[in-house]
Design a binder for this molecule. Structure first.
Ligand SMILES: NC(=O)c1ccc[n+]([C@@H]2O[C@H](COP(=O)([O-])OP(=O)(O)OC[C@H]3O[C@@H](n4cnc5c(N)ncnc54)[C@H](O)[C@@H]3O)[C@@H](O)[C@H]2O)c1
Ligand SMILES: O=C(O)C[C@H](O)C(=O)O
Length: 353
């Protein structure tokens, strides 16, 4: 087979990694066609793309018109997932990368890296029980990001988010590439759940409801600000307690319902795409893109905290204060900060070992 340009040679090399010889020609043909017709847009990598979140997330990002190139990386099964998703007749060019030797190629040139790599919970576990396995996975992947796409925005999904975000920050600091505006822990699922549960109670369409959820992403660190719900409304004490408890335990509700088969994947993929799309609109320069995320923060005395952030060309360009809290929320905030402090410190200590 002859390759006339450097781009074709690259496609052929990738194809040779991913496909048996009889499929390499068709892969090359497809990639060439897509590359020629490829729309202007952002380059996005998903790390952990063959997993329960990764697969539907990859499918939804392939539909996103802001994405021109979609890299799917995992330690297993990416050839199959990539072949499958690449048949969708949408604009993004999809390429698969399998295993650690291909991590650098997966990351080079990316604008946005989304990380759902790592093990999920089983019933009876806390998110912190995932620390021992997921901390090392996140550290390795972030070392790759620091080396190959140090300016990329990172959306970190892997649990425990309250610790993995501090780990990522330490990796980037060590590499000299840390930009706090570009490292975002994904807490969007808490907001998605809060909107849904609050809408149920109010008898509204969830698309018309906006609930800020601040703090972190585990148990009592998930703090819905029900006094700031839009449209403005009020709740009885019983409703407040029911909603706060359901939002804080939404993840556990799914883990128990799945009975050993993992945690939230489909609603998480939806939430991850909603958040990634907001990041891409910010990168494009759209005005007024505001979402909740777990970021480096001065909103409290803790070094990281989830709150509303304005997403722009530089990432989280503005971090909003919490606004007025009622007594119930002030008590919740103190509990959240106490637990968060330990989880953040655990992540930082892991990275300094
Ligand atoms: N932030 C959130 O709101 C939120 C919501 C749901 C799940 N999660 C977390 O997301 C993570 C993934 O959940 P899932 O249900 O998709 O799990 P999963 O086991 O179905 O998929 C994880 C994928 O990661 C891959 N992986 C493992 N090690 C890797 C490595 N070193 N490099 C690249 N890929 C690697 C696995 O091969 C697998 O395909 C879990 O930690 C889970 O707790 C977070
Ligand atoms: O609950 C989990 O373990 C997964 C995730 O963090 C969730 O909130 O669904």
């Amino acid at each position: 087979m002859e390759f006339s340009s450097e781009a074709n040679q690259r496609i052929a090399r990738i194809s040779a990694h991913l496909y048996p010889p009889n499929l390499q020609n068709s892969c090359l043909r497809q990639a060439k066609c897509r590359a020629k017709g490829g729309a202007a847009g952002f380059k996005v990598a998903i790390l952990g793309a063959a997993g329960g979140i990764g697969q539907p997330l990859a499918m939804l990002m392939k539909i996103n018109p802001l994405v021109s190139v979609l890299h799917l990386y995992d330690v297993v099964n990416t050839p199959g997932v990539t072949a499958d998703i690449s048949h969708m007749d949408t604009g993004a060019v999809v390429r698969g990368f399998l295993g650690q030797p291909q991590l650098e190629n997966a990351l080079t040139g990316m604008d946005l890296v989304i990380i759902p790599a790592g093990v999920p919970r089983k019933p009876g576990m806390t998110r912190d029980d995932l620390f021992n396995i997921n901390a090392g996975i996140v550290r390795t992947l972030c070392e790759g990001i620091a080396k190959c796409c140090p300016n990329a925005t990172v959306n970190l999904i892997s649990n425990p988010v309250n610790s993995t975000v501090p780990i990522a920050a330490e990796v980037f600091k060590k590499a000299g590439t840390y930009d706090p505006k570009k490292l975002l822990g994904v807490t969007m699922l808490d907001v998605v759940r809060a909107n849904t549960f609050v809408a149920e109670v109010l008898g509204l369409d969830p698309r018309d409801v906006d609930v800020p959820v601040v703090g972190g992403h585990a148990g009592v660190t998930i703090l819905p600000l029900l006094s700031q719900v839009k449209p403005p409304c009020s709740f009885t004490q019983e409703e407040t307690e029911y909603l706060t408890n359901r939002i804080q335990n939404g993840g556990t509700e799914v883990v128990e319902a799945k009975a050993g088969a993992g945690s939230a994947t489909l609603s998480m993929a939806y939430a991850a795409v909603k958040f990634a799309d907001a990041c891409l609109r910010g990168l494009r320069g759209d005005a007024g893109v505001v979402e909740c995320a777990f970021v480096a923060s001065q909103v409290t005395e803790l070094p990281f905290f989830a709150s509303k952030v304005r997403l722009g060309r530089q990432g989280a360009e503005e971090i909003f204060q919490l606004g007025p809290l009622n007594e119930y929320e002030r008590i919740g905030l103190e509990k959240a900060k106490k637990e968060l402090a330990g989880s953040i410190q655990k992540g930082i200590s892991f990275s300094k070992k």
